[in-house]
Design a protein. Sequence first.
Length: 174
Amino acid sequence: MNKTENKEPEPREIKTLLEWTSASRPFKRRDRDYFTTIAAIVFLIGMILLFIKEFLLIGVMLALMFVSYVLATVEPEKVDHKITTEGITTGGKSFLWVEMKEFYFTNKWGERVLNVNTKLKFPGRLMILLGQEEEKMIKEEIGKYISYREEPINTWMDKAALWLQKKVPLDKDS
């Protein structure tokens, strides 16, 4: 037997390439009109569901209305993000480069967002706020491991959400 055949590969050193802290999600403080619009929509749909005796769906709608209220009033926490030679760590969860497909940048309420599509069922997409970090540096480091897209590939769910957002604006600048 040859000694090189039984030799285990040496562990690779994991280096941190970039590190920053930002909010865990985009945040926009909402006004009274936003909550009034949501309440009116939930009330109208709730009345229809009450006539057809769909009490479970009424409960689900009320729960979603509560989640919407909480997300619009509670400011997000700060989380640490790290790009390493092994992958991306965000909010204490690590994702390997082999689990990722491509990345692109978007804007959400004046914040730059790094979007990383994954091969995983959940999460299918990592959305990481850049905060004060430079987009160019992130693009350069991540581009070594996965491909960059200028334009995102919109899934049917993305297209449906955009269509609904255009048809039912919940606030003035939607």
